[in-house]
Design a binder for this molecule. Structure first.
Ligand SMILES: Cc1ncc(COP(=O)(O)O)c(C=O)c1O
Length: 390
């Protein structure tokens, strides 16, 4: 088997398939992160990333996983012993809670069941009894359940209560409406290798000017040197003009790939892109329902980039394995409370297009039939096709 046939089609919720323009852009000798030419590439990338965030604030390109970029936000804004509200309804929300606990924060945990949403009224009620809360953190698109959280409404509450608002937009960035400035987000983490369809490994982060002012006046130090934004600011001021915008070596290839992916996204137009993801996701859910399978998210909050499906009893691993072995399609199993009970399919960036979802639905139908699940062979594809044609 050669390399090409072995490489699976990535229908996981990231990393996802990467368009050839992005792949071509990273096929180049190593750029050093020094000098005017590199500096211009970095600045252009941050400007394009800011457009996708809909912000006029600062953007950094964090060299590492989304989780570390999120930790940076909490570590800088909430001192050990201070209170932060973490809204969670899935595996990645719970992870933010764990991060805050590791950093010594007092966590007020507002949870909803997997597949449900924390009512904004509940957040307001909690804030009436806890007057000394400093921050609010939430995941935009909960990748473990395929639930899109109402971050605009939470943002209004954060603003009214003078809280720093931290948002994990790792699996929504570049595909789902996200208005950092209008929605009062102070610290927002996106990602290159998910809905934006670039190579993984770096995270664009939008940071408000209030955050930088706060960090400048802050008397305490975060316990991590690398994650300290005041260290970053020193390097930004001093070395950014020569292309070295933060304390450590810059992954130049990943940034060049990100720049290309951002250009592709902005050429398509953000509104068009949001609409494409909404439509493809809705078509995908229609097809899943035509298999008589249950979707974890309620329709009202269903994610445009990932669908989590409740698996027929005991078949989760067989479905995931069957798709890979028989059809070369990689999907993901469930996470957290849904481990072994659900499977998750990403339809983001390049894979939020008819060829990818038609093939996936067709293959999934076949696998389910081969496992003895009663599924009409043609109805799911027909539903999908009709929806796409509309
Ligand atoms: C919503 C969300 N948050 C956080 C993460 C973690 O990102 P990373 O693996 O880059 O740390 C993921 C990864 O899938 C995610 O989907």
């Amino acid at each position: 088997m050669n390399r090409c046939t072995r490489k699976p089609i990535l229908m996981i919720p990231g990393p996802t398939e990467v368009p050839y323009e992005v792949l071509a852009s990273v096929s180049m000798p190593v750029y050093p992160h020094y000098g005017k030419e590199w500096g211009e590439i970095y600045e252009e990338t941050t400007k394009l990333a800011a457009e996708v965030f809909n912000t006029s604030g600062e953007v950094i390109i964090f060299p590492g996983p989304g989780s570390a970029a999120l930790e940076m936000g909490i570590a800088n804004l909430i001192a050990p012993g201070e209170k932060i509200i973490v809204i969670s309804n899935g595996f990645f929300g719970e992870r933010i809670e764990e991060m805050a606990l590791h950093l010594g924060c007092r966590v007020i945990s507002l949870k909803a069941e997997y597949g449900k949403v924390v009512e904004p009224r509940y957040v307001e009620d909690v804030l009436k009894t806890h007057k000394d809360v400093k921050g609010l953190a939430v995941v935009h698109n909960e990748t473990s359940t395929g639930v899109s959280n109402p971050i605009m409404v939470y943002g209004r509450i954060a603003k009214e209560n003078n809280l720093f608002y931290i948002v994990d937009a790792i699996s929504s960035y570049g595909a789902v409406e996200l208005r950092v400035d209008d929605w009062n987000i102070d610290y927002c983490v996106g990602y290159a290798g998910k809905a934006l369809s670039s190579v993984p490994g770096i995270a664009p982060v939008a940071i408000s000017y209030e955050v930088f002012r706060f960090v400048e006046d802050r008397v305490w130090k975060p316990s991590s040197w690398f994650l300290d934004l005041s260290v970053w600011k020193t390097y930004m001021d001093k070395w950014r003009p020569i292309g070295h915008p933060y304390p450590s070596t810059v992954p130049t290839h990943s940034i060049v790939g990100l720049r290309e992916a951002l250009k592709i996204a902005l050429n398509e137009g953000l509104e068009n892109r949001y609409e494409r993801h909404r439509r493809i996701a809705a078509a995908f859910r229609e097809a899943i329902r035509a298999m008589d399978l249950e979707i974890v998210a309620p329709e009202e909050y269903a994610s445009p980039t990932v669908t989590a499906v409740r698996s027929p009893e005991g078949l989760c691993n067989k479905i995931v394995r069957g798709l890979l072995e028989k059809f070369n399609i990689m999907i993901s199993g469930g996470l957290g409370q849904l481990e072994g009970k659900s499977f998750r399919i990403g339809h983001m960036g390049l894979t939020a297009t008819p060829p990818y979802i038609l093939y996936t639905i067709s293959a999934l139908t076949r696998i389910l039939i081969s496992l003895g699940v009663k599924v009409d062979e043609y109805k799911p594809l027909e539903k999908l096709y009709n929806y796409i044609q509309k």
